[in-house]
Design a protein around this ligand. Structure first.
Ligand SMILES: [Zn+2]
Length: 251
């Protein structure tokens, strides 16, 4: 058996997936059309070319432009189901997916639109594809902590269906300690805590994610490699790092 076939056949769990970032160019055009939203791209090919990013901010720019076309629960359901179909084709059996509610509430959508739509898509995926999943609510770190606290508050009616909180978006200049209180509150509510750290930010941000945010799992963590003491600490704690091969390479 070839290595590719062996890998393709392995059952997998996907632990680092931003659902809004999984929007395919074709779907971006379809949603833009059905919601009558204009987007800054002329063609599917132009979107695909823009995804050839070389730093985090370039990626985030297209990510946020793409999110503009998501308007209804149906859109979020369809977005999730398209991802799960693609994942199931690679024999993903379980996925823990991130979503960024502030990307949607900040453009006027109620929290329920993204949350209920994604949860419905997850349910359909479990029934039709046999892929189980959990939802992780990410705070946008370029916004302030008060906005994150408001988001956690808005999420309260859904917390029985949300597995944990995370921290993503532009990292440099927005250290984990900025979100000390909201993570503390999330922990008290029984939510798991994860955070992007050391993706582009320095090892000090990884230390903060461990010591200040008390995370259960780390996303990226690449720059931990610059600090041997930190690597020892991660090994001692048997910390799981969810590495994203594509963006780790490109960033
Ligand atoms: Zn990520």
């Amino acid at each position: 058996m070839s290595l590719d076939a062996y890998i393709a056949g392995l059952p997998k769990a996907e632990l680092h997936l931003h659902i809004e970032g999984s929007l395919e160019p074709e779907q971006m055009f379809e949603f833009a059309q059905r919601n009558r939203v204009s987007i800054p791209f002329d063609s599917v090919e132009a979107v695909r070319a823009a995804y050839d990013f070389s730093n985090l901010q370039d990626f985030l720019d297209i990510y946020y432009a793409g999110a503009e076309v998501l308007r209804t629960e149906q859109d979020f359901h369809d977005l999730a189901l398209a991802y799960f179909r693609r994942a199931a084709a690679d024999n993903v059996r379980h996925a823990e997916i991130f979503f960024d509610p502030q990307t949607h509430t900040d453009r006027g959508l109620p929290f329920s639109v993204a949350a209920d739509g994604l949860l419905a898509g997850m349910k359909t995926a479990e029934a039709e594809l046999g892929v189980s999943s959990k939802l992780i609510l990410c705070f946008l770190r370029h916004l302030d902590e008060a906005a994150a606290i408001d988001t956690l508050h808005a999420a309260e009616p859904w917390l029985d269906r949300i597995a944990g909180v995370g921290l993503d978006s532009s990292e440099v200049g927005h250290p984990p300690s900025k979100f000390r209180h909201v993570f503390e509150r999330a922990g008290q509510m029984g939510l798991k805590r994860v955070a992007h750290a050391g993706e582009e930010g320095p090892p000090a941000y990884v230390w903060e994610a461990l010591d200040v945010l008390r995370i259960d799992r780390m996303d990226h963590g690449n720059r931990s490699m610059e600090d041997p003491r930190l690597i020892e600490r991660l090994a001692d704690e048997r910390m799981t790092l969810t590495v994203c091969p594509l963006s780790n390479l490109k960033l």
